[in-house]
Design a protein. Sequence first.
Length: 224
Amino acid sequence: MRIIDLSVALKAGIASDPPSMLPKIEYLDHKQGADDFALMFPGLKPQQLPEGEGPAMERITFTTHNGTHLDAPWHFASTMDGGKPAMKADEIPLEWCFSPGVNIVLVNTAAGGMYGQPNFLDKGCGMGREATLFLLRQGVRVTGTDGWSWDAPFSFTAKRFLETGDPGLIWEGHKAGRDIGYCHMEKLNNLDQLPPFGFKVCCFPVKIEAASAGWTRCVALLDT
């Protein structure tokens, strides 16, 4: 079996999200870890540890929508399926998240190659309401894109909104989940390495209680 990693690395200091959403990562090295161990074990001196090293760790401040993640219906609206309570990340059926790459639809917009570049947020064509509903009516319940958003970049939508005054253009693909509940992944990678069919997608979200999304190490599984 061949495994293709469809996820991006969570990284600070790049243009991966709008400024207000950018993640922060503090790397704590082995020396700091040794000092921490000395606090946990009375009488221990850091230099008594092998090479004077303790555990390396990272302290991260970020949102459930940084990095490659799976959006739950709750992210889109408070209701789904025409009025039912929208599912949250810890309520998503696991069978939705492990399925052939036709039941899980991945859209390659070529935005993935721009991840971290200054214009990343403006890349990707986006999926509108009718395109999303077309997939959902076929029974699709999980989709994914290599762009920052399942919808068109906000810069383009903002221009269209100014021209038309139509608020229905804002997040129209996301809002299709009010009619038919579904999940989608954002900020995927390596979609150009996938064949048209003949693979499975595994995208289990991290189980965060009552969350609007969960990070996923999404991979494609191909028989060799």
